[in-house]
Design a protein around this ligand. Structure first.
Ligand code: F6P
Length: 541
């Protein structure tokens, strides 16, 4: 368990107070920092697990960085990291270990937690998944009428959807193209209906992915999918067309799925940290068991880097500390994730859950309210598309937005010089956001004086540049683990619980109450605004 000292208010640490003073003092701009120190880029660029992180375009001086590292010491980040890796119940409000790092340990690295070797349990499930995935890919697993499976529909939501859906797009170049993948998450009936338009019952396999197997959206869609299948092929077809990914064997059996076709995981895997558990079954079917192993190896390489690299070169630690600096000390509210890779189109959405469900908290672990800013808002779109949409505000808006620009050096689809164009745009944006463009520079182009102010770019927008050579299963795993651990570092510094989500739970409960009222026809007795909205809906539906 954490020492009382580490639970205490982070604002009372000497490093925190020094950082507050540094942030309040007039500082150099990113342009000035870059121009003053020819060694800055080298000293602020670090690599681990095939990911290169360049922090030279952040508003950090040597002193800020030193003090952030001191803050990490004072908050005992390394000890907390070791607690997480060894299965201490750091998810305090749910009294659970947080062991997603165990999902990617090699088979020969046992880890005993609460008396069980979790590595061997993980590898047992991985072997069952591999057998199943390869039999679907190879055609040994067939539908009830003997047809090969050509469509996979993953039904899940939140962590049981976003990771697999993101990975499906990210790893398309490595995927079996003879199988079409669909991801149904929304309780809006349109989601399932539209997905099923493209599917033939005899060739469709449903993966019902739900840790709890009680989530309203997922169970509603799963039952609707079951009706669709049974109408076409009869009740006996269910066992060949439905498999489950869950921790809840009882509910899976109740639904009518043979628990032989259930792939388990454990309560120590949080939903948003589960894409590398059996929740990734669709990913394994797409990229094969070997490809999935490479994904896990990438995750594990970043885990090892986080556990062993020196603090000054430790990517997740530095990224997490810079995130705290930007959010809490510089007051920057949002981070735009801008992948210059179409394959990473769903990465910002994936990171939204990872970051915001984890660190969107206003109470510390000791129950005291925080009086400082925590989790930033994450959002984004792939470049270059975003450039023609919201970048205007990034450049000249009145809010400062921090950006993570992600560059993939080698394209899986080289077409003439398009990859050079893509990367040129990424680097141009990194330069313009961070350095800006002064009135003198604009005027020097021959711009008339009246137009000059409109073309000035304030710059000084912080940018982290992440570069990988290729986007393959390994680097995808490493990238996700980098963000996972950065989120962890931020949570430890802020003293909040990054692994629960009570805010989400309450919404589910209130929705159920409203649903009952909508369906039983009784007069609503919530608050005046909700009651009025229910009335309007009833008149319009
Ligand atoms: O959205 C809240 C949440 O609890 C997430 O944390 C989780 O990923 C999601 O619901 C889905 O839960 P389950 O996998 O149990 O269906």
């Amino acid at each position: 368990m954490r020492s009382d000292e580490a639970l205490a208010d982070p604002t009372q640490t000497p490093a925190w107070q020094r950082l507050a003073a540094l942030a309040a003092a007039p500082g150099k701009t990113i342009r000035e920092l870059l121009d003053a120190d020819p060694d800055r880029v080298r000293s602020l660029t670090h690599s681990g697990a095939r990911v290169h992180l360049d922090l030279s375009r952040q508003r950090i001086t040597d002193e800020v960085l030193r003090t952030l590292l001191q803050l990490a010491d004072e908050r005992e980040v390394a000890a907390r990291r070791d607690d997480m890796f060894t299965g201490v119940h750091i998810n305090v409000t749910e009294d659970r270990a947080v062991l997603h790092t165990a999902l990617r340990r090699p088979a020969d690295a046992p880890l005993v937690v609460d008396g069980d070797d979790v590595t061997s349990e993980v590898h047992d499930v991985l072997s069952r998944m591999a057998h199943f995935a390869e039999s679907v890919r190879g055609g040994a697993w067939r539908g009830a009428t003997g047809e090969r499976i050509t469509s996979i529909v993953n039904i899940g939501i939140g962590g049981s959807d976003l990771g697999p859906a993101m990975a499906h797009v990210a790893l398309e170049a490595f995927s079996d193209r003879s199988i079409a993948f669909h991801f149904v998450s929304n309780v809006d009936p349109t989601d399932l209906t539209e997905a099923l338009r493209a599917c033939k019952p005899a060739e469709t396999l449903f993966i019902v992915a739900s840790k709890t197997f009680t989530t309203l959206e997922t169970m509603t869609n799963a039952h609707a999918a079951r009706r669709w299948l049974v109408e076409a092929l009869g009740e006996t077809a269910v066992e060949r067309h439905f498999v489950a990914v869950s921790t809840n064997a009882e509910k899976v059996a109740e639904f009518g799925i043979d628990t032989e076709n259930m792939f388990g995981f454990w309560d120590w895997v949080g939903g948003r940290y589960s894409m590398d558990s059996s929740i990734g079954l669709s990913t394994m079917i797409a990229v094969g068991a070997d490809g999935f192993r490479q994904l896990l190896d990438g995750f594990h390489a970043m885990d090892e880097h986080f556990a062993t690299a020196a603090a000054e070169e430790n990517l997740p630690l530095l990224m997490g500390l810079v995130a705290v600096w930007n959010r809490t000390f510089l007051g920057i509210q949002t981070t735009a994730v801008l992948p210059y890779s179409q394959y990473l189109a769903r990465f910002p959405a994936y990171l939204q859950q990872l970051t915001m469900e984890s660190n969107g908290k206003c109470v510390r672990l000791d129950g005291a309210p925080v009086d400082y800013e925590t989790g930033a808002i994450f959002w984004g779109e792939p470049g270059t598309n975003g450039q023609h949409s919201f970048y205007q505000l990034l450049h000249q808006g009145t809010s400062t937005v921090a950006s993570d620009i992600i560059v993939v050096a080698r394209s899986e689809n080289p077409l003439t010089d398009q990859q050079d164009m893509l990367v040129a745009n990424a680097l141009a944006q990194a330069a313009v956001l961070s350095r800006g463009r002064t009135a003198e520079e604009v005027a020097a182009d021959g711009t008339p004086a009246w137009l000059v102010p409109h073309k000035v770019m304030p710059g000084n927008r912080p940018v982290s540049l992440l570069t990988v050579e290729r986007l393959d299963p390994f680097t995808l795993g490493a990238l996700v683990a980098l963000y996972e651990h950065s989120v962890f570092v931020q949570g430890v510094i802020w003293g909040i619980g990054s692994f629960d989500q009570w805010g989400v739970e309450l919404g589910k409960k209130v929705a159920m109450g409203i649903l009952h009222t909508l369906q039983d026809g009784t007069s609503p007795a919530f608050d005046a605004a909700t009651d009025a909205s229910i009335g309007l809906y009833r008149r319009m539906r």
